[in-house]
Ligand binder design. Structure first.
Ligand code: ADP
Length: 163
């Protein structure tokens, strides 16, 4: 069984994240989406909301499951006996950050291999932080997120008539 983890904040999950899950789950036997719970970070969507949205998005894919983890991803991987860590890359800026992160993880747990996967060009500009900002100003985010996330964002910013 070839397994991989795909960790992230997913605050909220976007079509860019979903595309990575779809592509990776077509290659690996099992993919575990790890929703990070980091007490140092402030999220728009709480842990249960992020887990719920992601779980609903990936529900049609039988070999994908979602979990919450509140510590180092390498510890989760060690516990589950998983070697492959997936990270999505939208460009050189992402890559330089992700590369350093992969070096850090390799230092912590040398058996871990980070697999970088390039974004689909359709999702190149999708970023959870920009989507939240756009939604807060009532911008059209419908092509960027699935309908359940669109509805959840609409509830977070009820004063804006999100299209
Ligand atoms: P984190 O806070 O861990 O960076 P994110 O939820 O922002 O969590 O992202 C999780 C992973 O998904 C990261 O590897 C990120 O680069 C990747 N990602 C985010 N948006 C996209 C996108 N539009 N296309 C491809 N990968 C993406």
């Amino acid at each position: 069984m070839l397994k991989a983890v795909f960790p992230g904040s997913f605050d909220p999950p976007t079509l860019g994240h979903f595309n990575i899950v779809e592509r990776v789950s077509a290659i690996f036997d099992e993919v575990i989406v790890v929703v990070a719970e980091n007490r140092q970070k402030s999220y728009l969507f709480n842990t249960e909301e992020r887990l719920g949205l992601m779980s609903e998005m990936v529900a049609p894919r039988n070999n994908v499951r979602c979990v919450v983890w509140d510590s180092l991803i390498v510890d989760f991987m060690r516990q589950e006996g998983i070697q492959v860590l997936i990270r999505g890359v939208r460009g050189v800026d992402d890559f330089s950050y992700e590369f350093e992160l992969s070096m850090m993880n390799k230092t912590l747990h040398p058996a871990i291999e980070t697999f970088f996967i390039s974004t689909d060009p359709r999702y190149l500009i999708l970023r959870s932080s920009s989507i939240k900002e756009l939604a807060s100003f009532g911008g059209d985010i419908s092509p960027m997120v699935p309908p359940i996330v669109f509805d959840a964002l609409k509830k977070k910013f009820p004063e804006n008539k999100l299209r």
